[in-house]
Design a protein around this ligand. Structure first.
Ligand SMILES: Cc1cc2nc3c(=O)[nH]c(=O)nc-3n(C[C@H](O)[C@H](O)[C@H](O)COP(=O)(O)OP(=O)(O)OC[C@H]3O[C@@H](n4cnc5c(N)ncnc54)[C@H](O)[C@@H]3O)c2cc1C
Length: 264
């Protein structure tokens, strides 16, 4: 990768203007993923002077700046309190501490990485992405959108909710990309079930969630039915890490295990 110019933005407006001056200009998050790119770029826009590395807990929400590192995200007490720690657990399973001190939450979301171990659990919470110069989007909506982003992600806003979460990453080794990752959350609005690295990016299992959320009491047979709905409606595929049938077997085991966990 060759970058012709480095530009440290003084304001968000300044950064936005520079970003859109040339089609190959880009925003740098932690730069861990960008470093692996083979394409050449005109200008890298650095947001590090704009105080986007803060996590603020408000009455109803937690606001996380786009430049917050995965390590700061993982170890923050407000984040640790979400769903009894499953979001922090998920973040803590991405590579090593040195890596997580570099990679940012903003870059992790904007990249829409199919293997992401953080997008999958975040999908089980109510999350809004806040953009400059304007606009906000639910995380699920952003993941379905296509194309290069011409705006700047400034922060993510997480709705606080009492509940319990579950996260499972299945990989060949701790440093490998997930073969499958699964997150389940049970809060006041019911169940949310998300599966990622299918090998596609995280998706919510809406049919299984709707089914469970219309029941007054959950029996073992209801969990089996929810698993069936996951297997019927969520798309799984094959890649070099694992084939579709193996992923389906993993989903079968871990979705039920996760449901039991959040109900216990
Ligand atoms: C070797 C390696 C192994 C990895 N393994 C895993 C793994 O096992 N599990 C896992 O979940 N993840 C893994 N990741 C991904 C990692 O966790 C991060 O998600 C990834 O590096 C992106 O974060 P970053 O801060 O490096 O983003 P960058 O590389 O800086 O940026 C990524 C993209 O987002 C854009 N961008 C960044 N910030 C903004 C912003 N504020 N507004 C608009 N656009 C923005 C950039 O222009 C770029 O297009 C791995 C990454 C690498 C390099």
């Amino acid at each position: 990768m060759e970058i012709k110019n480095y530009y440290k933005a003084a304001t968000l407006q300044d950064a936005y203007q520079k970003l859109n001056e040339h089609s190959s200009n880009f925003i740098a998050g932690g730069g861990a993923w960008l470093k692996m790119s083979t394409s050449d770029h005109e200008t890298m826009v650095d947001l590090s002077g704009l105080s986007l590395n803060l996590i603020e807990e408000k009455e109803q929400t937690i606001e996380v700046g786009a430049l917050v590192t995965l390590r700061d995200f993982e170890t923050n007490s407000s984040i640790q309190s979400l769903g009894k720690g499953y979001i922090s657990t998920a973040a803590g399973q991405i590579m090593g501490v040195g890596f997580r001190n570099l990679a940012s939450i903003g870059g992790s979301i904007i990249g829409r990485f199919p293997f992401s171990d953080i997008i999958t659990p975040l999908l089980t919470l109510s999350i809004r992405l806040i953009f400059y110069p304007e606009g906000e989007m639910a995380l699920e909506e952003y993941l379905k959108s296509k194309g290069k982003l011409t705006k700047i992600l400034t922060k993510i806003v997480i709705e606080k909710e009492n509940g319990k979460g579950y996260f499972k990453k299945v990989g060949n080794t701790v440093l490998d990309f997930s073969i499958l990752n699964i997150a389940i959350y049970k809060g006041i609005h019911g169940f949310r079930i998300s599966l990622g690295s299918r090998p596609g990016v995280g998706v919510l299992a809406h049919e299984a969630m709707d089914y469970l959320n219309h029941l007054n009491k959950i029996e073992d047979s209801n969990m089996d039915q929810a698993v069936e709905l996951v297997l019927k409606h969520v798309r799984f595929g094959s890649n070099e890490a694992a084939d579709e049938s193996y992923r389906r077997e993993l989903a079968k085991v871990y979705v039920k295990r996760g449901l039991k966990e959040v109900l216990s």
